[in-house]
Design a protein around this ligand. Structure first.
Ligand SMILES: Cc1cc2nc3c(=O)[nH]c(=O)nc-3n(C[C@H](O)[C@H](O)[C@H](O)COP(=O)(O)OP(=O)(O)OC[C@H]3O[C@@H](n4cnc5c(N)ncnc54)[C@H](O)[C@@H]3O)c2cc1C
Length: 471
């Protein structure tokens, strides 16, 4: 430990308890790298507060010592947002000990929960109250609700319920100087000036530390239907999306697109995964849910799929016959990122476009990328219903991962220039972190970047909150 760090660490120890100030290499290792192992940092310490007052005091202490802070939840960021830099200057503030449910109000359909609760535990708390919290994503067992809100996470139910931002009524936030903003209001209508919580939703730890939130709950969905559908191409998948919307209305919760390459890769890396409908180029995973117990949902989905096959939009389909079968289909989808991680380095693009633009975009992008990187493999999947695909590139067989990653900047330019030309976004739901910081200044207008910088300066004038991320 550097001599000058001792007073800081002693004060932090007095605030959160010495056992919750980690400095040993083995203790800080899990907080020092990201889920994909693409970034490695070295924090001065990891601090694990147990209350909002402790977060506030720890932030004040860091501010007094001019020490930068990296807020961290479940550390599942896919763009290095929660990874400290090298150099041992920063303190990671991990929220995972703050995982209590503070209040459930079933009549108001709200849940007040602390930021470190895992998303899965938030879903469970809602279910225990006879209600439902709809945010759902592959990392839900380990990501924290504070991280979900700080990245405005999307996931697999956005089509019906919106992004994380749409599921929040109030926030409690520790500001850069250690003051606590209590905005934990549980109101669906509140036009009393600027909606400040929106600044902190998607702030990626750069404007304040979210310590608690009031979340919107929804009626429990008592009937569900899940189908896996083979389609010939992405245009056909769009036709199927329209047909499902028409047939199911707002009971259509999710519509995921999966390429055959994704399924082959996932089954190679995780052989227990199912292969529900072999022989098609593309697949759609369709999820529909209804709050009514006696709902004809399954029969309606079956009829709509029969029509889609009859009209040539779909080629074949299988409907899950039990909750276990539906869970298997979702496990196949949710494990694509894990299979990619196991296979080795790859280049991820989390892009969004007007959904109608995808067929032309995918053709044009493939043509340009094939010319630049012969033999490239495309691992394309994601939330087609939301106009959001994970357009991931994997190295040709036999290519070393490191050599492939060296081409990342060139690949990004091809993909993101094209995304911009089609009116899309280079980050649909994962955020900016450190991975896409340079893209932000390239693709946002100078005015938009200036406004963001002004907001950052107003809320964090010393630049102590997650420096080097986003801006
Ligand atoms: C297998 C897998 C599947 C995924 N699927 C999806 C998906 O479908 N949709 C999607 O949107 N994302 C997805 N992600 C990305 C990631 O899980 C989400 O973005 C998640 O919301 C991050 O939560 P976390 O608690 O792990 O945050 P972390 O990784 O700990 O932090 C993420 C960012 O938020 C900041 N932060 C964390 N907590 C706070 C806080 N309390 N206050 C202020 N700032 C904070 C951090 O500084 C960092 O910048 C996936 C990731 C994995 C590994």
């Amino acid at each position: 430990m550097a001599e000058s760090a001792a007073p800081l660490l002693a004060t932090l120890g007095a605030i959160v308890g010495e056992a919750n100030v980690l400095t040993a290499d083995t203790d800080i290792a899990p907080y020092s790298t990201d889920w994909r192992d693409r970034y490695r940092g070295r924090p001065r310490a990891v601090v694990r507060p147990g209350t909002t007052a402790e977060v506030a005091a720890a932030v004040r202490c860091c501010a007094e010592h001019a020490v930068p802070i990296v807020p961290q939840g479940g550390n599942t960021s896919l763009c290095g947002g929660a990874t400290p830099h090298e150099g041992g200057h920063e303190v990671v503030v991990s929220l995972t000990r703050m995982n209590r449910v503070r209040a459930v109000d079933a009549d108001n359909a709200t849940l007040t929960v602390e930021a470190g609760a895992t998303l899965a535990s938030v879903q469970q708390a809602a279910a225990d109250a006879g209600l439902m919290f709809p945010l759902s994503l592959g990392a839900e067992g380990s990501c924290a609700i504070g991280g979900n809100l700080a990245t405005n996470a999307g996931g697999t139910a956005v089509l019906r319920f919106g992004n994380a931002r749409d599921l929040v009524l109030g926030l409690e936030v520790v500001l850069a100087d250690g003051r606590v903003w209590n905005g934990l209001r549980a109101l669906r209508k509140d036009n009393t000036g600027y909606d400040l919580k929106q600044l902190f939703l998607g702030n990626e730890g750069t404007l304040g530390i979210i310590t608690a939130a009031v979340l919107k709950l929804f009626p429990k969905q008592r009937t569900s239907a899940t189908a896996f559908v083979g389609v010939g191409d992405v245009s056909a998948a769009l036709g199927l999306l329209r047909a499902m919307r028409q047939a199911l209305g707002d009971r259509l919760t999710g519509f995921e697109l999966i390429s055959a390459e994704c399924i082959a890769l996932t089954r190679r890396e995780l052989p227990a995964m199912p292969d529900p409908l072999p022989g098609h180029a593309w697949y759609a995973l369709v999820q529909a849910d209804d709050a009514a117990e006696q709902s004809p949902l399954s029969a309606q989905l079956e009829a709509a799929l029969a029509d889609a096959i009859e009209s040539g939009v779909a080629r074949d389909a299988t409907i899950a016959q039990s909750e276990a079968q539906a869970a298997d289909l979702w496990a196949l989808r949710d494990n694509i990122p894990e299979a990619q991680r196991r296979e080795g380095p790859n280049i991820k693009h989390d892009i969004s476009l007007p959904v109608s633009a995808f067929p032309a975009f995918l053709d044009e992008a493939k043509e340009a990328l094939d010319a630049a990187f012969p033999g490239l493999r495309y691992v394309t999947f994601g939330h087609l219903g939301d106009g959001n695909l994970h357009y991931n590139l994997a190295p040709p067989p036999g290519t070393r991962g490191e050599a492939f990653i060296a081409g990342q900047a060139r690949a990004n330019r091809i993909v993101y220039d094209l995304v911009a030309r089609y009116g899309g976004s280079f980050s649909a739901e994962h955020g900016i972190g450190q991975l896409k910081r340079d893209e932000l200044s390239r693709y946002k207008s100078a005015l938009e970047v200036e406004l963001m910088q002004r907001i950052k300066h107003a809320l964090d004038p010393e630049g102590l909150l997650n420096p080097g991320k986003v801006l």
